[in-house]
Ligand binder design. Sequence first.
Ligand code: IMP
Length: 431
Amino acid sequence: MPVTCVYGMQWGDEGKGRIVDLLAAKSDFVVRYQGGANAGHTVIVGEEKYVLHLLPSGAIQPSTTNVIGNGVVVDPWILMDEVDHLAGRGIDLTGRLLVSDRAHVVLPHHKTMDQALEALRGDEALGTTSRGIGPAYGDKFRRAGMRVADLLKPERYQELLEANTGAWNAILDKAGLEPIDIAAVIEETAAIGERIRPYAADATGVLIEAWKAGREILCEGAQGFGLDVDHGSYPFVTSSTTGPAGVPAGTGLPPQALGRVVGIVKAYTTRVGAGPFPTRDTGPAGQHLGEVGHEFGATTGRPRDCGWFDAVLGRRAAMTQGATAVALMKLDVLSGLDEIKLCIAYELDGKRVEAPPAWAGDWERCTPVYETHPGWSEDISGARRFEDLPAAAQVYVRRIQEVLEVPVEVISVGAERERFIPLEQGIPVSV
Ligand code: IMP
């Protein structure tokens, strides 16, 4: 059974949680493979709203086993808060949550360092979520990280922590800040280690067995392609491989296990944090998108910048990550705009540019080459078939499919679970 991956094709906040929730109903396993509590995935079920940062969005579905893969950086306090929070709302994860014993752990000093490093960057700050993501991945790759397996060995914990925090303490000392209080960290982590123990497992082994047995596995990406550490707007990125390319490394499933890759895009673009955003619109249209789309960060509450659909970013996101289908989110938010712009290329120093530039400064200077499409005024939240959409909306969706060169298989027209147009057979040819 091929593994499915859902990933964001823009700068995060595309509505992945919603699609994962939809697909999780048919999945046995839902797996996070990268990122950490910097993510904020929202799922609305009836009157209930769930915002998850670390748990896979599949946790809301009663029949799924939820896996936090080795590629995730786990803040154990946030994780256990989410487990307790869901339990308080009647969703019990006992026996259906696995945390890889190879996953790295975000400790309190990673968050302190995240904020300190941002402060040192001054005007060049990245606008991180302050969740300790960069420092935790930094420790992982400089081979000085703490893993879930380490939390489970209190007798080795102190020694490891002392060895691994030496470099941080040197930086803190230079910045005139207090060093990491190892005794305090040990005290804080002893209890949380015991809480995680029942969930810790060789998640890779479990996933491989499940895949071989033909079970349905869904991998849930966090953030988006524009924030990918290799392909995004570096250095204004997160510290992980956000697309399906991150699945084999972040789970241990073999690359050939991936069969279906669903890219998620909003019908417009948003960005939170610093970095290039050529299609940003600071006028009335951008304001409309922010207000009607409720564009506030689920993790930080920060207002998101809003703008038009960017096919330069979208094409790269589709091509490099092998998207086999696209879910087009929040089409309803465009209702009421007189005209809708779609960026098909950039212009930089008088030349047409078809791919994102390597240097963020150049990307920032790009001006969009727009196509302008007529808008529509109808409320489309009741549409359940492609034919129910106004003609102008149909034309716009077809054009997005054409520029991405990937079939649109779902269109969301509202936040509630049932507000979407399924298009498993593709957009009908006759309408
Ligand atoms: P970090 O991942 O906290 O280090 O933040 C790096 C950049 O990624 C910042 O611009 C954040 O705003 C952005 N970012 C991280 N997670 C998300 C997310 O889930 N949605 C949108 N932006 C995010």
